[in-house]
Design a binder for this molecule. Structure first.
Ligand code: BDP
Length: 719
């Protein structure tokens, strides 16, 4: 038996003092981390400027503001900031315009007027020889946004000595769309179960509802659609409406309105009617009554999101009516209360022989101008379906008389689920900046959806959420950045990806310059890398069947042609790609000139979209001089190799970041590396069966057979 030597007590004390385990970062705090500023000079300047806080107002939102500041300021500045109720030197004064001290309000009037109903003003002022920083707005949600913006300045180490910031959101409705089911599964969710604990609602308010709302408010998201677009009619029953109302009560003081996806046949399923024909008076009455009931429970209810006559969902066409008939019937019911209808344009027919990429345009353009004022048509960024790369949706350039909402997918259904590090800010940016030429040069998609190009009063943008019950909310720490980037771009689509990435890294991971630079490079290149190892040169929709996991370009002979992969890549002995020029489906004709011509001609079509618009021969020469087959192989290999590079780059950050976060990402990158090789090998081997050409000499050959990849199956992969 080992002899125990008794150590004197001070040794234990020493161990306790110096070996306290630091609390590992589990990612729960998202970008709202208020750890102390490390940089002495910056810290000094912040401490100088913020000696006291003076918060006026007496509402639930004021309370939220106080809570946020009292968590953030001591955290960031490393000392308590006392409250005051008078103007003193170096005071942070926070109040909405109505609560503001008259002498301050008077001086700021013209600036505040410019902030509208959601914007804010942050301004350094000298009042009676005292230097103060004022955060104010017309409405209190604006003040809340201002407070988060101010904290962001501190978190990102900005100068605050002399501030004058006016910020106004460019888009009015900035929404998350949750594809959450009532049984708490999440369609295309890769971060656990649904946040909404329906069973315990309305009585149990989970603390993370509040943190969810904080996170959204901090980036300006002002609405949330709680349930899946493939909706269950039960959400509209009194049982569930009471639960929805409880969530709405939590979110309201954060400036967040609640919306619901509805099932078009709800009048039959829960209302006892025989039909759900939008022109049937009984159906109209049913919806009017239902809407009234909703507003009795939720006075600021936002409205309905509708997936109708799409992928088997019921809709007005079941009765020979149009999408406009359906949307307008609901809009009429919501109109008295200020609610909106977000009618999705994601439609394509089971029977149609027409190119799927053309169908939404064909359905909706004839309806332009036929929608009521409170209807927005919600359009996915590209004409197929959230692929790693798509051209912008032609509808954005073609429906001048209808407010169009953007729908992005934040959850990475087609971009590696929550195991791949893919920063989507660059994808969002690419779509928003695309020029539709709807009204000549300078008609960007962003200017269409923010309403400025066509002068619409309402405007909106939605992101399909990637949140779930995983402790870090999004499964992958870096997936948090996609939620963040979506919100920041929804507020201001003029922000660049680089700006957003820098903010996010500083707030979430590190403020150390060389660390930041490395992570920034990884993030900014990650989407293009993913495109390369999944769907280079404009390939699309070649992923696994149903669960959409992994590569499966061989999918064919399914219930619908446009649910197969071969429909999209059209590989044959001659070549590969979908001819959407005039000699093929002529989808290019849905774009305005000169976009149409640019896509239509092989010479001017960007390489990135080549096989989206053209069927080319394997031996055709690329602009680079190499033949198509070689170029395709090279992209796949580059993509996979770049993931290895990304992983190695990450490895150099060992010891520079929180250990738990470091390891989490390290393991995820190992998965991504493995899966990138899987994508590369499976695709190259499969396409080789058509091209009959060798993989270029200098590239290593796959060590497994095509059959091996085709035999893989993942019965319980999330879907
Ligand atoms: C597809 C998803 C499916 C959604 C559909 C939609 O695979 O789960 O229901 O989009 O947006 O990409 O309606």
């Amino acid at each position: 038996m080992m002899k125990m030597t008794k150590r004197p007590p001070f040794v234990f004390l020493f161990i306790l003092l110096f070996h306290q385990p630091t609390v590992a970062d589990d990612g729960y705090r998202l970008w709202l981390k208020y750890d102390r500023i490390e940089h002495d000079q910056i810290l000094e300047s912040y401490r100088r400027n913020i000696e006291k806080q003076f918060i006026l107002g007496n509402t639930a939102t004021t309370k939220i503001i106080k809570d946020e500041l009292s968590a953030a300021l001591p955290g960031l500045l490393g000392r308590q900031i006392g409250e005051t109720d008078e103007i003193r030197d170096n005071t942070l004064l926070v109040a909405s315009a109505v609560d503001l001290l008259p002498m301050v309000a008077e001086r700021l009037r013209s600036l505040i007027e410019r902030t509208g109903d959601e914007g804010f003003l942050i301004k350094t002022l000298r009042v009676e020889q005292k230097k103060i920083i004022v955060i104010t707005a017309n409405e209190e949600r604006g003040v809340l946004y201002g407070v988060f913006a101010f904290l962001r300045l501190l978190q990102t180490g900005q100068e605050i000595d002399s501030l004058e910031i006016i910020s106004i959101p460019r888009i009015k409705l900035r929404l998350l769309n949750h594809w959450d089911n009532l049984d708490r599964t999440v369609e295309r969710g890769y971060a656990g179960f649904s946040l909404w604990d329906w069973h315990k609602l309305p009585d149990y308010i989970h603390p993370y509802y509040i943190d969810y709302a904080r996170a959204n408010a901090s980036i300006g998201i002002n609405g949330t659609v709680l349930n899946n677009v493939n909706a269950n009619a039960l959400i509209l029953t009194p049982l569930y409406l009471e639960k929805v109302a409880a969530l709405a009560d939590v979110f309201r003081p954060f400036g967040i309105r609640v919306y619901l996806s509805i099932r078009f046949s709800a009048p039959m399923e829960i209302g006892g009617l025989q039909v759900s024909d939008p022109l049937n008076p009984a159906v109209q009455v049913w919806w009017r009554e239902k809407v009234k009931e909703i507003y009795n429970n939720i006075p600021d209810f936002g409205g309905f999101l509708v997936k109708a006559n799409s992928e088997g969902q019921p809709g007005p066409q079941d009765y020979g009516r149009s999408h406009a008939d359906g949307a307008n019937m609901l809009a009429a019911a919501l109109e008295p209360y200020g609610g909106v209808v977000m009618w999705r344009a994601f439609v394509y027919k089971a029977s149609a022989k027409e190119d799927r990429a053309k169908q939404a345009y064909n359905e909706f353009v004839p309806l332009d101008g036929a929608f009521r004022k409170n209807v927005l048509v919600q359009v996915k960024n590209g004409p197929i379906d959230f692929q790693p790369r798509e051209p912008f949706h032609p509808l954005f350039g073609a429906m001048l008389g209808t407010p169009l909402m953007m729908e992005f997918q934040i959850t990475q259904e087609y971009l590696g689920f929550s195991t791949h590090l893919v920063y989507l800010g660059t994808l969002f940016e690419e779509a928003l900046r695309s020029d539709t030429y709807a009204m000549g040069a300078g008609s960007s998609v962003a200017s269409v959806i923010d309403g400025s190009l066509h002068g619409h009063d309402i405007s909106g943008i939605a992101g399909v959420a990637n949140t779930g019950t995983d402790r870090n909310w999004t499964g992958h720490i870096f997936a948090q950045a996609n939620w963040y980037a979506f919100g920041r771009l929804a507020w201001d689509h003029g922000l660049t990806s680089t700006e957003i990435v820098e903010e996010w890294i500083k707030m979430t991971l590190s403020r150390i310059t060389h660390v930041l630079e490395k992570i920034k490079t990884i993030m900014l290149s990650s989407r293009e890398i993913t495109v390369n190892y999944m769907t280079p040169l404009g390939l699309h929709h070649i992923m696994g069947w149903e669960n959409h996991y992994g590569p499966a370009p061989w999918i064919k002979d399914k219930v619908r042609e446009d649910w197969t992969s071969v429909y999209y890549h059209r590989a044959d002995e001659r070549g590969i790609g979908f001819d959407r020029s005039a000699t093929g489906s002529d989808a290019v004709s849905q774009y305005a000139e000169p976009v149409r011509n640019r896509f239509a001609s092989v010479d001017s079509c960007p390489d990135a979209l080549l096989l989206w618009f053209h069927h080319l021969n394997w031996n055709d020469r690329m602009k680079s001089g190499e033949i198509l087959w070689d170029a395709l192989c090279r992209r796949y290999y580059d993509g996979a190799r770049s993931v290895t590079r990304m992983r190695k780059e990450w490895d150099t950050l060992r010891g520079e970041l929180d250990a738990k976060i470091f390891t989490h990402v390290e393991r995820m990158l190992a998965i991504q590396e493995k899966e990138a090789v899987w994508w590369r090998n499976a695709c190259v081997l499969y396409f080789q069966t058509f091209s009959g050409l060798p993989i270029p000499d200098d590239l290593p050959k796959p060590d497994k057979s095509l059959q091996y990849y085709q035999d893989l199956s993942f019965p319980f992969a999330p879907k």
